[in-house]
Design a protein around this ligand. Structure first.
Ligand code: F3S
Length: 395
């Protein structure tokens, strides 16, 4: 792999331990994937922030890098395991919170912004079309690649952090035009809405394998639906990029975009996903939206659907602090909380120690949220549209 003289010096340790370690990780990756050279990046998004997923070893690794390291590009953080301001009130365990705060401190020392959200593009880190970036967090990666037209591989927490410290990443995979072309065209049975897109993403993620899907025949889709669709595609199939004819930027630039393989989704297949993601006879302990983190529009929609009725069950909306702040200024958060809904920041339903909060079953409109709640956290799940979640909450 070709390295500039500057990159060689970084690798030789002239810029300190953290830069050297980072370059070692990046060069090893570049060699595995046969990258010709490095490419400078515009931003990074780091996952692996919750102490629950990092553990003691991960915490020590970050503290070690933070001793002499500093990020070279704007870098943001994925959700951690607690709401930094309200963890006591919400019942998060003290010992866990202490470890979590140490993790955050180390990241801050590295110069990383304390955004703590999987929607960094709604919190100040919004790449432009064609930007090379190094992001981890599958739902953010697929949004950045597909909806914004930026270019990132599916980084893990360590490689994204290494790229942030070195300011570059190996040039391979989705950084190159030839790897961004669709491999399968997908036609949908009829216009879907809301959680229907989450179910579609879950289905297509499985059947596309390692092929990039090109959706055809979709007319209108909201930003919130794009995020539910993308998160589900990335969850069930590890897909990092999709195109939608006439909608996503690369498909718009190339109206003749086609793939050799075709698949027509049947309405029954979507129904099967609804079935699969529902454990029957479950009265959920927690109802949530916000996987990926909710936008201000979703907060407003939830409030409107409540029609001034108070919730009777534990109901949380997970969002970024940036969105919560906006919601506070608009008076939305105050109204939601008056009706009993908690607007929870900095964390997420999957990386929080949810079982330690006494939760054994959940209901959500997110296919990703449902899937991981069952498979990572061992919870019973209900998967339903936002309207049904609200009715369940007030019942
Ligand atoms: Fe975000 Fe957590 Fe879901 S990181 S996409 S809310 S699993």
């Amino acid at each position: 792999m070709y390295l500039t003289r500057e990159e060689e010096r970084m690798l030789e340790g002239e810029y300190g331990y953290a830069v050297q370690k980072s370059m070692e990780i990046l060069v090893a990756l570049g060699e595995i994937y046969e990258a010709e050279r490095m490419v400078e990046i515009k931003s990074a998004q780091i996952s692996g922030v919750s102490y629950k997923s990092l553990g003691e070893e991960g915490l020590e690794f970050i503290e070690e890098l933070a001793e002499d390291g500093r990020v070279r590009v704007p870098t943001t953080l994925n959700p951690c395991g607690i709401d930094l301001e309200r963890w006591r009130e919400l019942g998060f365990p003290e010992e866990f919170a202490e470890k979590q705060l140490r993790v955050i401190k180390a990241y801050l020392k590295l110069g990383i912004k304390q955004t703590l959200t999987c929607t960094p593009y709604l919190a100040g880190n919004r790449p432009r079309f064609g930007d090379h970036i190094a992001w981890s967090e599958s739902s953010a990666i697929i949004y950045a690649n597909s909806v914004l037209g930026a270019r990132t591989n599916r980084e893990g927490g360590p490689s994204a952090l290494a790229a942030a410290i070195a300011g570059r990443t190996p040039l391979y995979g989705l950084h190159l035009d030839e790897n961004r072309v669709p491999g399968i065209e997908v036609k949908i049975p009829k216009p879907l809405s809301g959680y229907g897109y989450a179910a579609l993403g879950f289905l297509v993620g499985r059947l596309a394998g390692d092929k990039i899907p090109l959706f055809r025949g979709m007319k209108l889709i909201s930003d919130e639906e794009l995020r539910l669709l993308g998160a589900a595609l990335a969850c069930s199939g590890g897909i990092p990029l999709f195109h939608i004819e006439g909608i996503t930027p690369e498909a718009k630039l190339n109206p003749n975009m086609r793939a050799s393989e075709r698949y027509e989704v049947e309405a029954d297949e979507i129904k099967e996903v609804y079935e699969e993601l529902n454990d029957h006879d479950v009265d959920p302990d927690l109802i949530f939206i916000g996987c990926p983190h909710s936008s201000i529009r979703e907060l407003i929609i939830f409030l409107e659907l409540l029609e001034d009725r108070a919730v009777k069950k534990k109901t949380w909306i997970f969002t970024s602090r940036a969105t919560r702040d906006l919601g506070e200024r608009l008076g939305v958060v105050e109204k939601l909380e008056r009706l009993g809904v908690k607007v929870v920041c900095d964390t997420c339903p999957i990386v929080a120690p949810i079982r330690e909060l006494g939760v054994r079953s959940i209901a959500t409109n997110s296919a990703k949220g449902a899937w991981f709640s069952r498979n990572l956290n061992g919870l019973k799940i209900r998967f339903m549209p936002i309207e049904s979640l609200v009715e369940l909450a007030v019942k």
